[in-house]
Design a protein around this ligand. Structure first.
Ligand SMILES: NC(=O)c1ccc[n+]([C@@H]2O[C@H](COP(=O)([O-])OP(=O)(O)OC[C@H]3O[C@@H](n4cnc5c(N)ncnc54)[C@H](O)[C@@H]3O)[C@@H](O)[C@H]2O)c1
Ligand SMILES: O=C(O)C(=O)C[C@@H](O)[C@H](O)[C@H](O)COP(=O)(O)O
Ligand SMILES: [Zn+2]
Length: 351
């Protein structure tokens, strides 16, 4: 299955195919005619998939950098070691960087690729469900700051995205659930039929035979939104449903407790609950989201008083002219941007 993200000179293909990792070199040759490649991965992913990728890249001079795993490496502190590895390998603008891993590797390596030499080409090979349905597409690359999530970054598009659903076989169950948080998001914001499909299963195992088509559906929704608003000035903000609260929860716990998908799960349910109480969302939506979260092993609450999150919320990237923009649902499958103020959360209590 092949899609193209149409962004003029920044257009790129997304390939979704079981087993494509073993043929990555053939696909990469279609968009890269240079000689040298740097593969950057983490210490969970590279030991499992590094050799498979390297074996398909035997026509190139390949280098690799293996970073520790986990959200806390998505920080400024990691960048010097990436730049040093790129310099040691004498990676130039005629060369290529490959991000092999989950969303942490994709966002971090993407930002390094955007900034090193003011930009070297990079390709995303996402290995988590979350990265396959969301983070590898759209060109948002970033690092976290102690003050907030993804606060320093760029819009920098990959030259290609290679999605091999087979690699999810080794992904721990916790991170399958995590990815399902973003999948549920796509149903909530744009596709009631997708949401129904998710609700019709009683567990991830039951959904698994349809996984490739679910991945395709999410990526295609994201493609259309990104094409319409690549720089996140309007329509693209809808992809941030649940994220106003999610990012503050992640920041509150120093990126060490709730993982991104879990935080998004809590954020989606809670914003719906708050909006329903104000008559801004059709009643019953929060309950439906909670049911979907239960099916896929995701939380809907984290026990934090909203007061503790308000400060971080003022740093949200959707804030314009000092006001908040929150993403709400009219109903499942229909989302909208709601301009408001921090008072919106006044009577939210604990989330
Ligand atoms: N740029 C975007 O548009 C965008 C979208 C959504 C999320 N994100 C970001 O993505 C990040 C979260 O990404 P994530 O959930 O993929 O986390 P992650 O990259 O930390 O991966 C989760 C864990 O799974 C391991 N892993 C990855 N692939 C594996 C595999 N196939 N087999 C075994 N283990 C594997 C990793 O080593 C890690 O321990 C967050 O920082 C979030 O902000 C970005
Ligand atoms: O691609 C987007 O746009 C998104 O909002 C997708 C989100 O799932 C993702 O978590 C993104 O990194 C959030 O972006 P941010 O601009 O809120 O940091
Ligand atoms: Zn997200």
């Amino acid at each position: 299955m092949e899609l193209t993200v149409n962004l003029g000179k920044n257009s790129y293909p997304i390939l979704i195919k079981n087993g494509i990792l073993s043929h990555a070199g053939e696909w990469i040759a279609k968009v890269f005619t240079g000689k040298k490649i740097m593969i950057i991965s983490d210490d969970h992913v590279f030991p499992i998939y590094g050799n498979t990728l390297l074996a398909t890249l035997s026509d190139y001079e390949c280098h690799s950098l293996v970073l520790p795993h986990g959200e806390t490496i998505k920080s400024f502190q990691t960048l010097p070691s990436i730049y040093a590895a790129l310099l040691d390998a004498k990676i130039s603008r005629s060369d290529l960087v490959i991000a092999l891993g989950g969303g942490v590797i994709g966002d971090l390596v993407g930002f390094a690729a955007a900034s090193y030499l003011r930009g070297v080409r990079f390709i995303q090979i996402p290995t988590t469900l979350l990265a396959q349905v969301d983070s590898s597409v759209g060109g948002k690359v970033a690092v976290d700051l102690p003050q907030g999530k993804n606060l320093v970054g760029a819009f920098y598009h990959p030259k290609m995205v290679l999605i091999d659903p087979d690699v999810l076989d080794t992904l721990p169950a916790h991170f399958i659930s995590d990815g399902m948080g973003e999948v549920i998001k796509y149903g909530c914001i744009k596709d009631a039929a997708l949401f129904e499909t998710l609700m019709s299963c009683s567990s991830f195992e039951e959904l698994k035979p349809q996984l490739a088509s679910v991945i395709l559906r999410c990526v295609d929704i994201k493609r259309v939104v990104v094409e319409a608003d690549p720089y996140d000035t309007g329509e693209r903000m809808l992809l941030n449903f649940g994220h106003t609260l999610a990012h503050t929860i992640e920041q509150h716990y120093h990126y060490e407790r709730e993982s991104h998908g879990e935080a998004v799960a809590i954020g989606m349910y809670q914003i719906c609950r708050i909006a329903e109480a104000k008559g801004l969302t059709a009643s019953g939506c929060a309950a439906s989201i909670k049911k979907a979260l239960d099916i896929y092993g995701l939380p809907h609450t984290c026990g934090l008083p909203i007061e503790t999150l308000k400060n971080a919320m003022t740093l949200d990237k959707k804030n314009l002219n000092g006001n908040l923009n929150v993403i709400l649902l009219h109903e499942i499958g229909k989302s909208y941007i709601y301009p408001t103020e921090i008072q919106f959360f006044k009577e939210a209590g604990g989330i």
